[in-house]
Design a protein around this ligand. Structure first.
Ligand code: 13P
Length: 287
């Protein structure tokens, strides 16, 4: 079923858990993500967003993600990740997206406030919730570059931003970067707590791939209630497809490698979902 409203996010924040936002590019990655919700019994968010639309096209990928979410018995949100365009946001809301992220971090502050406030109004009118971003998060969305963190979120500015835009969740920049890096970035956890205290909304941690379980769990204690993961699933998919290729020789079996990719995405997503959902509290093992 489609996971609507901020209930799952707020419940996670209150319980020091997080809902994972996993990026989907195609049928198999989206299916693997939905399978993680079904296997773990925990909510997940499929992020079918701007960047992946450039590969798959907006309508095919959006409808695919929504169709899988609606057909599943598990709780699956469908989220537009990193959108700079009000037209794209409106189109996804019309299709039934449960949440959107408006990314005005490239704009001057007042322009970001204005863009984000418009996006929030549209999202709320459509019964969806909205995530905003203040300082940019470095690194490429689709390939892992060895990016260094850029600006950091200022707690005072974050408080002003949240109260003037009405965002339901805020993406923080605390040293996190998109993709894998040679050495895991060091997060400014004190800043995370300060932004939580200043804003009072659930925080979103982008760039979670490669951060390590302990750091992720520390963030959950400091206000992070949604954690975005992409590179980790891309790597799982590609490794599995690569490993399945010899058996597909002489390059005639398409289904075998794609199935291996889907299963690897599901396994990686289950692990992260259970970690962030603190499944060990319920007696489940994070394996
Ligand atoms: P990673 O690629 O580091 O997992 O980041 C994903 C992300 O933040 C998507 O918005």
């Amino acid at each position: 079923m489609l996971l609507t409203g901020t209930g799952a996010l707020l419940a996670a924040a209150a319980d020091r858990r997080a809902v994972p936002g996993f990026v989907a590019y195609n049928l198999e990655t989206a299916q693997g993500i939905v399978a993680a919700a079904e296997t773990s019994g925990l909510p997940v968010i499929v992020q079918a967003g701007s960047s992946a639309f450039r590969h798959a096209g907006m309508l095919p990928l959006a409808q695919l993600a929504l169709g899988l979410a609606r057909a599943s018995d598990a709780q699956v949100g469908v989220h537009l990740d990193h959108s700079r365009s009000l037209e794209e946001i409106a189109a996804c809301l019309d299709l039934g997206y449960s949440s959107v992220m408006v990314d005005g971090s490239h704009l001057a502050y007042e322009e970001n406030v204005a863009l984000t406030r418009s996006a929030v109004e549209r999202a709320h009118d459509a019964g969806a919730w909205a995530e905003g971003e203040l300082a940019g998060i470095a690194g490429d969305e689709d390939v892992s570059t060895d990016a260094a963190p850029a600006a950091m979120t200022d707690p005072g500015q974050a408080a002003d931003f949240v109260s003037r835009t009405g965002v339901d969740a805020l993406a923080v920049a605390i040293g996190n970067v998109h993709g894998f890096t040679a050495r895991p970035p060091r997060l400014d956890l004190g800043r995370c707590a300060a932004v939580r205290d200043a804003t009072g909304v659930p925080l979103v941690l982008h760039g979670a791939s490669g951060l390590g379980d302990e750091v992720l769990l520390a963030c959950l204690d400091l206000g992070v209630a949604k954690v975005n993961v992409n590179a980790e699933l891309r790597r799982a998919f590609l490794e599995a497809v690569g490993a399945a290729l010899p058996a597909a020789m002489p390059l005639s079996d398409l289904v075998g490698p794609l199935t291996a990719g889907r299963e690897a995405v599901a396994a990686a997503a289950v692990r992260t979902t259970r970690l962030l959902g603190r499944a060990e509290r319920r007696g489940g093992l994070v394996t």
